[in-house]
Design a protein around this ligand. Sequence first.
Ligand code: PMT
Length: 400
Amino acid sequence: MLKDKRIILGITGSIAAYKSAYLIRLLVKKGAEVQVVITPAGKEFITPLTLSTLSRHPVISEFFSNRDGSWHSHVDLGLWADAMLIAPATAATIGKMANGIADNMLVTTYLSCKAPVFIAPAMDLDMFAHPTTQQNIDRLRSFGHHIIEPTEGELASALEGKGRMEEPEKIVTLLEHFFAASHTLQKKKILITAGPTYEKIDPVRFIGNYSSGKMGFALAETCARRGADVTLIAGPVSLSAKHPKIKRIDVESAEEMYQAAIKTFPEADAALLCAAVADYRPETSSADKIKRDDKDRMTLHLTANKDIAASLGALKREGQILAGFALETTDEIRHAQEKRKKKNLDFIVLNSLREPGAGFRTDTNKISILDKQGEITAYPLKSKQAVAEDIVNKLETLWI
Ligand code: PMT
């Protein structure tokens, strides 16, 4: 799977840089072409000579070659790569990547890179647990990058905890799985809805919900990475979809989402409806801000929105696959089964707000998939990226 794959290996100033030598050996043995980009601090931990010997390419560290003054093009390098792996990634480099501080060759290359990015943090346990580091990691995750979680154990500081860079063998296996999965949806067109909808009350207020779009965007990235052409219809969220195979349509209300979905669905091979669509909207929305005027009460009259899932379910043609989500708080399985049937879905992904770490806004989710044949598969709590992989695996079984 790694044969002829072009991998930029970013190395930063961590004691775990010694593992990079073995990582390069494993990648080269599998047939990958490895180009090392190392930060100045990284060179304090491992010599460029070791790295260039193992990778069979000169190591890049500066913007210009010291030998002949020629320029190292971070843009060309970013376009050349099939993947960029930063291992080890220090807290400083993670912070620079999350905030676009391009003051070295590695971060500049990262900003020019169109390929999937893998980040293997390595640092002391307190640095890793610090809210700043965690926020930066969350930010990188929200860009669709793959965070290779550090493991627990003895650290260079002699303390015990989470912060050890994952072992090279595991990193290589992860890359292999990633590339193995990258063609399975070639030529498929997939429609995905994500995020909340906002139903306008007046120019400053709306009825909405807590959906962040993370689950739907993770699905879009997963499908695109596997080769599908994705149309992502997104409600108001502050996420970005980076993959070039994702065409994003931004909408605000349920009606706008419905119009975009109805237009896109006939061409789609499958639709995954992850958006938290408002079931009701105000009957009228005021053109001006509604004044309080010392009223003790205010009544909003609501009217039902169209059910996008049910409308697509009614239009579904032979061979098209339609899947939705059920967000429940009680009697979860029964409600999810009823929704699947009512909306003519091939399967439904159940998540319950009673499960810690599941549902809105979290980076994790805990789901069960209920299909047409009555089969129920429960999954453990996982990152939303990993959950998206499980859902797309289920989708693929329906095409086999
Ligand atoms: O965005 P995140 O913060 O990551 O959170 C993810 C999530 C919790 C929003 C997601 O995992 C999820 O559960 N999405 C569906 C939420 C929802 O509205 O569920 P529901 O049980 O009310 O709706 C059932 C299905 O019908 C859903 O597929 C929904 O998209 C669809 N629907 C609902 C109403 C409507 N008018 N049109 C629809 O298409």
